[in-house]
Every structure is written in structure tokens, then in C-alpha cells.
Write a protein that binds this ligand. Structure first.
Ligand code: HEM
Length: 392
């Protein structure tokens, strides 16, 4: 049964706590339809989301912008490989996948740790600060610069673009469009520099690559470049902010992680399940379909709600509780199927290293009772935007 509503994942009251709504949709309306943003369906049950992510023939990623509902920034390119369906998807993904392996990330771990320490120490010395604005945003951008072998100073602009694109896309399109244009100019410039002086880094590989026997086109380079600069920023910031928020309020788990550091990798997985930095992304149906007796016409936008799937009680015992030693933990925070996050090793290493260094030097932390917390203004990528903590 199709039930039209004004379900809106960007509504502030929803963003403040989406989980009761997700639970209700899972139980009563697993193929929910909302009228907002031109109309979209929302899948919330674990098995439905997982099966749809694997069924790319029916639930296509191959339409620019549908991955983010609603899309704001007008573009003449698709993000590669995110918005390309198999079989074309595979060679595109292969072209950059060697830069994302566990080995490649292990090599830059000392550098990631240095950046974490460099940013954590002044905050500790000051007795605390805003973990998102003063730590996570610059940290993630500087790690990306390290990963892409670009001078650290470049990351200052990336933080601004990240804020302007992600925040402007709902409230100030001109700002988001301008930041997007600047980002494309940066990609053009970096590709040109790498063509002149290629190294062993991701943009050099793109600049010198051949695809189907020809060099990549400008549109393809923009599609890769913009995704590489965007995909790992707000997502990882949300993961770090949410982990700090949890640990600030759970001294017993801080203590346990300090005493049993071998639990950290499992704790990181659990934080990512619990937080779901990307709450939902869209697909487009390629033909008429029916799910749980509900018709979904061809060409419909369907949101894959990873966050609701990650709290599905039929898969996760006590899903609204954080269990830092939860195993197995088959969460969908990184997606599933052909588009499973390419940055999993990098993201996991970033969150783990940050928590290792924070736990080692901050015995006490709590959310500043005098300060206001703020969430991101959109609910597809959801997280803290202001998270002031007191540390001692
Ligand atoms: C905690 C942090 C992160 C989370 C939760 C996350 C989550 C996701 C998810 C859910 C997808 C699948 C999208 C879909 O199904 O359409 C994805 C794809 C992707 N992610 Fe991440 N991501 C994170 C960090 C990163 C980082 C650090 C990078 C790289 C710098 C990255 C690069 C990518 C790329 C390139 C794709 C597209 C893969 C493809 O289409 O084949 N991500 N990510």
C-alpha cells in the first residue's frame, strides 16, 4: 500500500532524532512513499536495503545526482565510479582501486597519526574545544591531502568547499555552485600539474590513464576528481564527531577501550553502525517493480536507508545500544554491492587513530553543558556540526 506523506529527511526535527521514525517505517511501512522532492520511496529494512544495493539492474545508480536527494548543484558530469552502473562501473573503479588498499593506507598511517596529534594537542591544552569545527574538519582534509600527495596548505580551501557545498546545497545554491566551480578548477589545475610531472599518486594515475584505449575526457576527470574530494570528507567528519559524542557520555566504555585497546577496531565498526554517517542515498528503478505488495513504477527515486537498516532488530540485537565488542557486525554504513565504499580502509584507519590518540591523552571529556550542539542541516549525511567538549 502506498501511503503518501511529507516524510522529509532534511526536516530539523527529523534530523534531531530520526530513529523512532525509522523503527515505525520498518515495522509498518517498509516501502514508504514521500511526496517531497518530486516524490521518493524509502526502504528501511536491512534485507530490503541490502538486496536492492546488490540488484543494480533494477536499482540503478546511473543517473547524475540521484545519489543525493534532492540534488542541488547543477553539473555536466557524473561522479565516477559512484554514478555509473556495471558493467561500465568496474573498469572505472579498477582504475583507482590500488590507491585504496589496506597496504596503501598502512603506509600513510604514521602521517595520519601526526596530523591527529598536531590538532588534538592544542585542544587538550585549552581544556577542550569544538571537536567538529576545530578538529575533525581540518583533520579529515589534511589526511586527504596526505592521501592524494598534495601540499597540506591546500586542505584549508577544501574545508571551506566542504562547508559551502554540503551546507549551501539546501539553503544557498549560489554558494554551493560557486564552491563546486572552484573545486572543478582545482581538479583541472591538479590534473595539468600531474600531466607535466607525474608521480605515483591517484591524480597522476587519472591524468595519464587510458580508458577504452583513449585518455580520460575532461568530464570524466571532473567526475572522478569531485568525488575523490567530496566522498571522504563529511562522511568521516560525521563518524569522528559521533564517536566523540558517544565516548564523552560513556566513561565506562572509555575506560574499557583504554584497558582493552584491541577492542578498538570492533568499536569503530560499532560506532559506524550506530552513527551511519550516510543515512540514505538514492537509486532509480529501471522498470516497474513490486516489493512487499507495493508497486514501485519504473523511473522512481528510491532511497536506500542505510541508517534504518543498521538498527534493524532482526539483524542486530539491541540495535539502539552501542556494544563496543559487537561481533559479527554486518552493518551497511559503507554500503553493499558494486558501490561499496572505496575508502573503507582509509576511513577506518582515520577513526581508529583519532580515538587511540584521544583516549591516550584525554582522561576526562564531557559535552560542554553551556554550549549548543548543532547537527548538519541535511539528513542524508547526518552528524554533529558543532560539538563543544570539555577535556581534562
Ligand atoms: C566513515 C566514513 C565513510 C562512510 C560512512 C562512507 C560511506 C560510503 C557509502 C555508503 C558508499 C556507497 C554509496 C552508494 O551505495 O551509492 C560510499 C562510496 C564511496 N566512498 Fe565512502 N564513506 C566513507 C569514507 C570515504 C573515504 C575516506 C573515501 C575516500 C577518500 C571514500 C570514497 C568513496 C568512493 C570513491 C565511493 C564510490 C565507490 C563506487 O561507487 O564504486 N569514502 N561510501
Amino acid at each position: 500500500m502506498r501511503s503518501d506523506t511529507q516524510f522529509d529527511h532534511n526536516a530539523p526535527e527529523f534530523i534531531a532524532n530520526p530513529y523512532p521514525t525509522y523503527a515505525q517505517l520498518r515495522a509498518e511501512d517498509p516501502v514508504h512513499h514521500s511526496d517531497r522532492y518530486g516524490g521518493y520511496y524509502v526502504l528501511t529494512r536491512y534485507e530490503d536495503v541490502r538486496s536492492a544495493l546488490l540488484n543494480w539492474q533494477l536499482f540503478s545508480s546511473g543517473r547524475p545526482g540521484v545519489t543525493s536527494i534532492p540534488t542541488s548543484v547543477k553539473r555536466d558530469f557524473v561522479e565516477i565510479p559512484l554514478e555509473v552502473d556495471p558493467p561500465e562501473h568496474y573498469p572505472y573503479r579498477q582504475l583507482v582501486s590500488r590507491f585504496f588498499t589496506r597496504n596503501a593506507v598502512t603506509k600513510i598511517e604514521p602521517g595520519i597519526r601526526d596530523i591527529a596529534v598536531d590538532l588534538l594537542e592544542p585542544m587538550c591544552a585549552a581544556g577542550g574545544g569544538d571537536v567538529v569545527q576545530e578538529f575533525a574538519l581540518p583533520f579529515v582534509a589534511r589526511v586527504l591531502a596526505l592521501f592524494l600527495d598534495v601540499p597540506q596548505e591546500e586542505s584549508v580551501r577544501w574545508v571551506r568547499w566542504c562547508k559551502e557545498i554540503f551546507h549551501g546545497r539546501l539553503s544557498d545554491r549560489a554558494l554551493a555552485d560557486r564552491a563546486s566551480r572552484e573545486m572543478i578548477e582545482f581538479v583541472d589545475d591538479l590534473v595539468d600539474r600531474r600531466r607535466r610531472e607525474p608521480g605515483d599518486d591517484l591524480f597522476s594515475a587519472l591524468a595519464t590513464a587510458t580508458h577504452q584505449g583513449r585518455p580520460l575526457t575532461r568530464a570524466e576527470l571532473h567526475g572522478y576528481g569531485v568525488l575523490m574530494l567530496n566522498a571522504g570528507q563529511e562522511t568521516t567528519v560525521n563518524g569522528i564527531g559521533g564517536s566523540f559524542a558517544y565516548l564523552a557520555e560513556h566513561p565506562e566504555d572509555r575506560k574499557r577501550l583504554r584497558e582493552e585497546p584491541e577492542l578498538l577496531p570492533a568499536a569503530v565498526e560499532e560506532f559506524l553502525r550506530f552513527i551511519s554517517p550516510i543515512q540514505l542515498l538514492g537509486r532509480t528503478t529501471t522498470e516497474d517493480a513490486t516489493l512487499h505488495g507495493c508497486p514501485i513504477p519504473a523511473d522512481s527515486t528510491v532511497a536506500m536507508c542505510y541508517a534504518a537498516a543498521n538498527r534493524d532488530e532482526s539483524v542486530f540485537a539491541e540495535p539502539d545500544e552501542v556494544r563496543i565488542d559487537r561481533r559479527p557486525n554486518p552493518h551497511l554504513a559503507f554500503g553493499a554491492g558494486p558501490h561499496t565504499c572505496l575508502g573503507t580502509h582509509l576511513a577506518r584507519a582515520e577513526v581508529r587513530i583519532v580515538l587511540e590518540e584521544a583516549l591516550a591523552r584525554i582522561p576526562q571529556m564531557r559535552i560542554d553543558p553551556d554550549a549548543e550542539l548543532e547537527y548538519t542541516p541535511h539528513g542524508d549525511l547526518r552528524g554533529f556540526w558543532k560539538l563543544p567538549l570539555r577535556m581534562s
